[in-house]
Write a protein that binds this ligand. Sequence first.
Ligand code: NDP
Length: 466
Amino acid sequence: MADVLSVINPATEALIQEVPVDDEAAVAQKFKQAKRAQPEWAALSLAERIKPILRFRELLIERVDVLATLLTSETGKPITQARNEILAVPGRIDFFVENAADVLAPERVYCEPAQALPGMGTLEEVIGYDPLGVIANISAWNYPYFVGGNVFIPALLMGNAVLYKPSEVAALTGGAIADLLHDAGIPKDVFMPVIGSGLTGAALLEQPIDGVFFTGSYATGQKIAVAAAPKLIRTQLELGGKDPAYVCPDANVAVAAAGLADGAFYNNGQSCCAVERIYVHADVYDEFLEAFMKTVKSFKLGDSTDPDTYLGPVSRKPQLDVLADQVADAVAKGAALRWGGERLDRPGWYFAPTVLTEVNHTMTVMQEESFGPVIGIQRVASDEEAVGLMQDTPYGLTAAVYGTDRERAIAILRQLKTGSAYWNCCDRVSPRLPWSGRGHSGLGATLSRAGISTFLQPRAWHLRAG
Ligand code: NDP
């Protein structure tokens, strides 16, 4: 394991900072501290745990400029999108705080009156809820505030201690999140960042943790599941997607084109729920393609620190090769390259926004996660053909249908095994709704009340008055 992480700015390829890495001994020490601190944190009243979380909410807003600048520098995320991400967290905190008491409240499910016999006083059956204990929160870099916060905020509210492993691509932001939580009053040992690469993540999984909540790729998710299995601990995996969208013949084409272009290219396509494949009914195909291309060509690409920039560099250099390979494979198999298709000749890891048509499912671009600014658009003859293609990947995160007929859209979406279904919208997450994947997109849910109670375990209380 290296001693330091070199954090690189993807827009300039310049070294930002070297960050010390937590080796196995440091990870074990952090686990011990968290284990010691957790019972005291869990013994506080909910109101006492809510207080620092609400202060964290205030600090996010107060320090948004500094935090957004840091996030942009290490991930290349355009500054306006970095601000949007940070400023959306308070809404999620509000949901968690408003629902925490209800989720935690013990439920008296049965009460039997006392009988006139010795030892047969009133019998109550009560379901109580205990925190899991010390959990590992292993996070992706693409939305560190969202994917981290969806775990550590409700986990802390429910009385757990959190060992938070940010991606090496967002290590500085991970440190900043920890500072913010500590400044807000979360005890240092109750939330601890664990800094390093995947090796540090693997070392964390060797500790006797009580749960693992992971966001990342299917390939790493499988490794997490294997490492967690012998421990018999709660394991949640929020993994990748190859999210499809279908434009029906009765769709408002302008709305569909604008919505899907944004869904495909926001955050440079580096969203788990980015639109990755578009199927368009032949009746509206030409009109759709023209409107879609117009929107894509209007996106401003360039300096991530400019508030008007919509597309910056990709965050990880190896992804440039993945994207170039997908484009080459598609073109070799007969796709038409309508726009972009290559790395830009400028400093930084910039890949041109890319639109491919005449694509089919023999091409990797229609089968494997692109996680970048590349989209394939396929013409279809019917709803049935669209459904067949939409379900033709092992992933199942989200799917979208654009059209004016709600029943038709819902009938299509019902046939797909996805955690989220969108009608006339896409690439959308709500704190009130569960965020979950089917198939290779993962296990378990964050957000919604289910995403709070997942940090608890039920206990059956059989209480007979003496
Ligand atoms: P990775 O799977 O590469 O990494 C995810 C996290 O796991 C990182 O912190 C990584 O560390 C760590 N890690 C890597 N190897 C191991 C290991 N052997 N043991 C423990 N931890 C390890 O994913 P990315 O960071 O590249 O994220 C992109 C992926 O995440 C995409 O597939 C995307 O779709 C998915 N994602 C899913 C979301 C969802 O809600 N379903 C939301 C956001 C992203 P390091 O980075 O330091 O190597």
